[in-house]
Design a protein around this ligand. Structure first.
Ligand code: NAG
Ligand code: NAG
Ligand code: NAG
Length: 276
């Protein structure tokens, strides 16, 4: 099934790569310390949160809460990268994630108490409510590490509205998020196409390839005519004019070039007598 999804995505990107080009909203966590990122305020349903845009992070304690629009909403997130100082039990620098509007709530299930080091938690994590709180702590700062970045998406369970996409795992996501390349469903079911649609896309791709081949052949022919065979063709045309010009033209008209003697005339004459 994974391969199938990958294939659909590839075909989709090949044929409709210009359909979904909207960029992912981006948040620099250090710019929001002690604040909330209110998704309904920004009118968004998916985004990226990164610790800092700098190549390394300073000493800090920073708390940020992501709030999804409605109380029925949940927040799903996954890590793209972790680049933090590694220490035993993450006592130096760490990231903690809480399942609620502040750090008094329990931590997100499936994750370690503290996250640090260089290997990202590979799963897809969800909140039980519409808020997610991040706490980043660094006692000394880092001169080389950039922190982390994660993709978050708002979704809800139950029946989907007309402007929502019904994911295979029962989640409803905003339709505008499908095929964005950021796995908004969490199971890659946002970009799955029906068999008919796949057939259509395959035909479209084959047609494009055929057109390209024809175009390349055409270009090659054009080039050959312009470089190699061009003058030869011109000479040939002139010869044929000479051969088939009516004999009377030589007497009446004044051609710029010297016409050859009309040998063909006597030849056809001889030929006609011999056959008679
Ligand atoms: C988020 O923003 C919306 C629209 O601007 C506002 O109505 C709502 O009260 C805000 N929610 C929070 C928790 O700040
Ligand atoms: C991170 O630190 C732990 C404990 O000090 C160590 O066992 C582990 O190998 C380190 N990982 C990396 C990638 O350096
Ligand atoms: C967390 O709980 C402590 C003690 O129960 C309380 O003093 C503090 O105000 C709470 N923090 C928040 C952000 O609600």
């Amino acid at each position: 099934m994974e391969n199938f999804t990958f294939l659909t995505k590839l075909i989709f990107l090949l044929c409709f790569s210009n359909v979904e080009v909207s960029g992912l909203p981006y948040f620099d966590m250090t710019s929001y310390c002690g604040q909330a990122i209110n998704l309904s305020y920004y009118g968004i349903y998916q985004g990226k949160i990164e610790l800092t845009t700098l190549s390394s992070y300073p000493r800090m304690t920073c708390t940020v809460t992501i709030v999804a629009s409605s109380v029925q909403d949940r927040i799903m997130f996954y890590f793209e990268d972790i680049d933090m100082k590694n220490s035993t039990s993450c006592i130096d620098d760490s990231l903690q994630l809480f399942d609620g509007p502040n750090t008094n709530f329990s931590q997100i299930s499936g994750l370690n108490d503290k996250i640090c080091g260089y290997s990202k938690p590979g799963g897809i994590y969800t909140t039980t409510g519409n808020t997610l709180t991040l706490l980043f702590t660094s006692f000394s700062g880092s001169l080389v590490d950039s922190g982390f970045d994660a993709i978050f998406t708002a979704y809800h369970l139950g029946s989907c509205n007309s402007n929502e996409h019904d994911c295979s795992n029962g989640r409803c996501i905003r339709s505008s998020l499908i095929c964005s390349g950021y796995n908004p469903c969490g199971d890659y079911s946002d970009c799955r196409l029906s068999v008919v649609a796949i057939a259509g896309i395959v035909v479209c791709c084959i047609a494009i390839i055929c057109l390209l081949i024809v175009f390349v052949i055409f270009l090659r022919r054009c080039r050959r005519l312009l470089t190699g065979n061009g003058p030869y063709v011109a000479v040939k045309e002139k010869t044929s004019t000479t051969v088939f010009a009516p004999p009377t033209a030589y007497g009446t008209a004044k051609p710029e070039w010297n016409p050859p003697p009309p040998t063909y005339f006597s030849y056809s004459y001889t030929k006609s007598t011999s056959t008679a």
